[in-house]
Write a protein that binds this ligand. Sequence first.
Ligand code: 5RP
Length: 230
Amino acid sequence: MADMTELKRQAGEKAVEFIQSGMVVGLGTGSTAVHAVRAVGRLLQAGQLQNIVAIPTSEVTAAEAHSLQIPLVTFDTHPVIDITIDGADEADPNLDVIKGLGGALLREKIVAAVSKRFVIVADYSKRVTQLGTQAPVPVEVIPFAERPVRDYLQSLGARVEKRLDGDKRPYRTDENNIILDSYFGPIADPHQLAAAIRQQPGVVEHGLFLNMATDVILATFDGIEHITRP
Ligand code: 5RP
């Protein structure tokens, strides 16, 4: 029987089937997206994909892509991305997702926003009927604004935890910001919450990715489920 790592691999590799030679590809971050990155590297090496250039969503993914000799570019030369493949922490039936438990939500959202196709890859455990059921909403905040933003998120009903790194020090993003993981519980109106979070000065970005994914690929023990936006 497949284990969770195998399911993540299946989801990541399924999405890579949508990549064609000559495309500009957004490379996601996390333990699922990395399988897509590795598959792109293998296909390039084998010559089955050609003339691919990529934009990574984090320094970690940039290093992985570099080690696989995937050519990396920037928005200066490639402002539009053909397809981005990235993971998620929760995905609902509307293809709305929560992202950012891997800490890369800011660059991930920037990349997703300029992607013609934005494919979420995940194992079945990320499927929820309502966002917020399992995961917090990660909120990226400039350190100076920590206290007012924390107070504000609490006033919106969240239990707020400042994210720590493996050494129990405040986690810093690639942009040197902090993350406040905000536990709202099941979110009745994600659009309203997203708009409310945005209003507070010092909030850089949040992990609600709404109306962005074009596809969700969920790997289950019974096979791959591919959900697309109608
Ligand atoms: C990183 C992310 C990840 O894509 C998300 O946390 C899912 O990661 P994983 O596939 O390791 O469960 O949003 O910021």
